[in-house]
Design a protein around this ligand. Structure first.
Ligand code: B12
Ligand code: SF4
Ligand code: SF4
Length: 367
């Protein structure tokens, strides 16, 4: 028998070791246990954020009204009434396949690094859940908990002013997932990293849209991450600030001196996009990291991704970018005419960018 048969806490402690061994063998870079709890302080912060920003569920890309969604996160017992412990699974997400230094001029888009590791932590968490259930305890895996806040409470990381949780080994590039269980696991107590935020503020200065509107505080209505996934119109002044991000945005992480010390890892073979199991990957089916923008226009992509490719090309602004858009404009959804018009105007408007003799005649989308 895998577990001791004496019952009680000894049982659970050995179960914890077995969970840690299983998850690590399956590629987890972080495995930590905490008591299941409620997060009252978190709800106070969420309310303040909603008051300050006036953000709606749509701004957060949520299926429901924000207070209902965050309220559910704030008490794991709403999900599993008998919950006693939470296991945090983390994976280092900064891998060699996201060399953004190579994008920007050669007509590629950028995708958020951590996104590609959501399938990795999910698959590990699924195995851990199955293992705990075979040991006789109920368990549920997912994101139905305020991951940064809850993991921060046990010292797995510290909040940076960019609003993300910095772990000791992996900076803020750690994808997180939780397994909530009725098994009683001995909690870990960890030493959180000390961050140099006080005299820094580089992430706030780097955020191109002002979404990071104060230290630790994000306005989702301005954040490029949800903008690249939203189906409603993106205001022109925000399009200009999106650079060549086509899904998510890592600017406030790349600007950080702590993250700049990180060495990229060898990619986990499971890293990538999975529209079936991850709602945040819904529009990413078939895309690689740093996808080719011409391919994004051509291959019958959903309009949201064609739109993001148009914005990225306009912001890259070179002759090659303009030619690419001209050559592929016929493949774009008609719903994107306004974006095409805006893009061709932008190619011509910005000093130092590619000029064409007659923007209004030559560059308008033709069908
Ligand atoms: C909603 C959400 C978003 C929203 C809102 C983000 C936000 N910061 O609120 C949007 C869509 C904008 C978003 C964007 C991103 N997200 Co997101 N998101 C979430 C989600 C679902 C909930 C986060 C949440 O609770 N927000 C509500 C706010 C109020 O809570 P909070 O961020 O913890 O805010 C705290 C601070 O303000 C703090 N605070 C306030 N004042 C002060 C003062 C001090 C001194 C301190 C220390 C703290 C502090 O108190 C608040 C409460 O804890 C989690 C998944 C989950 N289930 O937890 C992923 C999650 C947080 N996201 C993640 C990622 C990777 C991102 C992006 C980097 C993706 C990308 N590359 O584009 C961006 C980063 C934007 C940013 N700078 O935060 C990761 C973060 C991993 C990590 N190591 O931190 C998570 C955990 C998902 C995961 N499974 O790994 N996200
Ligand atoms: S950039 Fe500076 S202020 Fe922002 S999270 Fe990193 S250390 Fe903190
Ligand atoms: S992800 Fe980009 S837009 Fe969002 S807060 Fe960070 S830098 Fe700003």
């Amino acid at each position: 028998m895998r577990l001791g048969d004496q019952g009680g806490i000894m049982n659970s402690m050995s179960l914890k070791d077995e969970i840690a061994a299983l998850a690590s063998a399956d590629g987890a870079d972080l495995v930590t246990a905490a008591p299941a709890g409620t997060y009252a302080g978190y709800i106070g912060e969420v309310s303040a954020r909603l008051r300050e920003t006036g953000a709606s569920g749509k701004d957060y890309m949520l299926p429901s009204e924000p207070m209902a969604f965050f309220g559910d996160l704030s008490d794991v017992r709403r999900l599993l009434p008998s919950a006693k412990s939470v296991v945090f699974i983390g994976a280092y997400a900064f891998d060699e396949n996201c060399d953004y230094g190579k994008t920007g001029n050669n007509l590629q888009g950028k995708t958020a690094r951590t996104y590609a590791y959501y399938p990795v932590v999910r698959q590990i968490a699924e195995k851990v859940t199955e293992f705990i259930m075979k040991a006789g305890y109920r368990a549920i895996q997912g994101q139905q908990i305020p991951l940064k806040y809850a993991a921060g409470r046990i010292g797995l990381g510290s909040y940076g002013q960019n609003g993300l949780l910095f772990t000791r080994q992996f900076g803020s590039f750690a994808a997180l997932r939780a397994v909530i269980t009725e098994a009683e696991l001995e909690p870990d107590t960890l030493e959180p990293p000390q961050l140099p935020c006080e005299n820094c503020g580089r992430c706030l200065k780097a955020c191109p849209t002002g979404a990071l509107y104060a230290p630790y505080k994000v306005n989702p209505a301005l954040c490029i991450n949800p903008l690249t996934r939203r189906e409603d119109d993106i205001p022109q002044e925000l399009r200009r600030k999106m650079g060549n991000w086509v899904c998510g945005c890592d600017i406030c992480q790349d600007a950080c001196p702590v993250n700049q010390q990180l060495k990229p890892r060898k990619p986990d073979p499971r890293a990538g996009f999975d529209p079936v199991n991850h709602s945040s990957h819904r529009t990413l089916g078939g895309l690689e990291k740093c996808p080719d923008l011409a391919e994004m226009l051509r291959n019958g992509r959903v309009p949201v991704m064609q739109r993001n490719a148009i914005i990225a090309l306009a912001n890259i602004g070179t002759k090659e970018a303009k030619d690419t858009l001209q050559q592929n404009r016929g493949a774009c959804s008609e719903a994107l005419d306004d974006y095409l018009r805006w893009a061709f105007e932008r190619f011509n408007d910005i000093p130092g960018r590619h000029k064409s003799a007659n923007a209004s005649e030559a560059d308008m989308p033709r069908r």
